[in-house]
Ligand binder design. Structure first.
Ligand SMILES: Nc1ncnc2c1ncn2[C@@H]1O[C@H](COP(=O)(O)OP(=O)(O)O)[C@@H](O)[C@H]1O
Ligand SMILES: [Mg+2]
Length: 378
């Protein structure tokens, strides 16, 4: 009797961003929710220094051993004579059918790991290289959205080359008194400043430059409602119900601290009760965003809604959190798709997209010049 072979999934997690621990929690949830009759799972932990550990070492960390010790042991075992030690054990990669990278932020969400997996010719969950890179860069995201006619906040880009040209006064004349200063390629609210005068503006720019040499200075949406949707699919994506994040009025905005240090006073409304016209508009904008950025597999799209009810796409997360309090899976659960089914679908979508791409890349046969000569005798 033919044995039903399990699909072998490579779960990549960790990473060198501020969301390293969030990624670990996401990976635990995904692992737990996976149907083990269908899937065999190998673990690949990307350490904080960016080295990808194999299944054995990763499993030790996954099961509670101190990461720093396991990582040090693994690095010590590397061939010291070869400074270009492999960043991933290629013999382990060969057995994997589909990779599920769940590294939030840097290296995971910015197209880097997608490039590696593409080079290795393996299907992987989520958006490809270009879509990931575009969605991770808040400046490029907004430029693409503007071209696609999707409303997003107005902003200026400040780089070390142009920083002398801008003063708070000029920027506030153009964008309003309250400004958000943020690194283009970051996440978790790290390096973000809400500023209302020259001194805070200068300090905000200085700090944001610690994280990226490209900084956005954005118009502020005053007292915004923060809404989110989850999208799932490749070429015919589906959209979840809308969720809301309720940040207390006393907090300046949704900061790193109230995301990760003490989230106890932040509330989530899943799904949120909003007028049907707003939820329709948000869905429409979400699909236009998905299409414009070439997103695949999944994305969580975040909105700011002004007090007069106008929605702005604020940012796109191509590998959103899967922790217990994360909105991406919760929004689909509220829309009737369970955690386990969500993972099944994401893996299936990865295979479909890989097959579609492989067709384009490898089935292309150049015409034989002989075939181009029209045979008049026939
Ligand atoms: N233009 C804006 N107007 C009002 N609030 C903003 C604006 N930009 C950012 N914020 C606040 O800062 C938070 C983090 O900004 P965001 O652009 O989502 O960056 P991150 O990728 O770090 O989450 C948002 O959730 C919101 O609370
Ligand atoms: Mg955000």
């Amino acid at each position: 009797m033919a044995k039903n072979k399990k699909q072998h999934i490579g779960l990549i997690f960790g990473g060198n961003s501020s969301e390293h621990d969030v990624s670990k929690r996401s990976a635990h949830n995904i692992f737990d929710a996976m149907d083990k009759d269908k899937y065999q799972v190998s673990l690949f932990l990307m350490t904080k220094s960016g080295y990808i550990l194999g299944n054995k070492d990763s499993a030790r960390v996954f099961n509670g051993e101190p990461e720093d010790e396991v990582a040090k042991e693994a690095l010590d075992r590397l061939d010291q004579k070869n400074p270009l030690a492999p960043i991933i054990n290629l013999s382990e990669v060969a057995n994997i059918d589909v990779f599920f990278p769940i590294i939030h932020g840097n290296l995971g969400e910015d197209g880097t790991i997608q490039g590696l997996l593409r080079l290795l010719q393996k299907p992987y969950v989520g958006t490809g290289v270009l879509g990931s890179a575009m969605s991770f860069d808040k400046d490029i995201t907004k430029k693409i959205l503007q071209l696609a006619g999707v409303t997003t906040t107005r902003y200026e880009v400040v780089t070390p080359m142009t920083s002398e040209q801008f003063t708070y006064q000029q920027l506030s004349d153009e964008l309003g008194e309250t400004l958000f200063v943020k690194p283009a390629n970051q996440g978790s609210s790290v390096g973000i400043h809400k500023v209302e005068n020259e001194e805070d503006y200068r300090e905000g720019i200085r700090d944001a430059f610690r994280y990226d040499s490209k900084v956005l200075v954005e118009e502020a949406i005053e007292g915004p409602e923060e809404l989110e949707i989850s999208v799932l699919g490749n070429h015919h994506p589906i959209v979840s119900k809308v969720g809301a994040i309720k940040v207390p009025k006393s907090d300046a905005f949704y900061t790193y601290d109230n995301k990760f240090v003490d989230a106890s006073h932040v509330e989530f409304d899943v799904p949120v009760d909003i007028p049907a016209s707003l939820s329709e508009e948000i869905t429409k904008m979400g699909l236009a965003t998905y299409q414009a950025l070439g997103l695949k597999g999944m994305a969580r799209i975040d909105y700011l809604v002004s007090q007069d009810g106008k929605p702005y796409v604020s940012e796109v997360n191509t590998l959103p959190g899967f922790t217990n309090i994360s909105l991406y899976p919760q929004l689909f659960a509220a829309s009737g798709i369970s955690y386990t089914e969500l993972i099944d679908r994401l893996i299936q979508l990865a295979i479909e997209e890989y097959e579609r791409q492989s067709k384009i890349l490898y089935d292309f046969k150049p015409l034989d010049p002989k075939d181009q000569v029209i045979d008049n005798k026939k």
